[in-house]
Design a protein around this ligand. Structure first.
Ligand SMILES: [Zn+2]
Length: 96
């Protein structure tokens, strides 16, 4: 009997260069399966970017977008695609 091992997936933060690796999940994650982390460089909880190996860097960048209504982080990938994480205004707005 052969026991199949789940693949190890590697994730990288393009802002702080932090890394994690874990097993499990589908080969192609949807947006709800992208792990987040409290990024020490940005001061926000931002998504990791999946990379092919433990020493690989992503070609993505995080861009912070702020309006009067909300704050968001756009993860801009090297292929021109992007993913946006939106934060409720109450989570970041300073008291007046
Ligand atoms: Zn980070």
């Amino acid at each position: 009997m052969t026991i199949l091992q789940p693949p190890v997936r590697h994730w990288h933060c393009p802002s702080c260069k932090g890394r994690i690796a874990y097993t499990g999940g589908p080969a192609v994650p949807d947006a709800s399966e992208v792990p987040l982390h409290p990024c020490p460089k940005l001061g926000l909880t931002v998504p990791y970017v999946e990379v092919s190996g433990p020493d690989e860097d992503s070609d993505a960048i995080h861009k912070i977008l702020t309006t009067d209504e909300r704050q968001s982080v756009s993860t801009e990938h090297g292929d021109g695609s992007n993913d946006v994480t939106v934060y409720p205004g109450i989570a970041w707005r300073m008291p007046r």
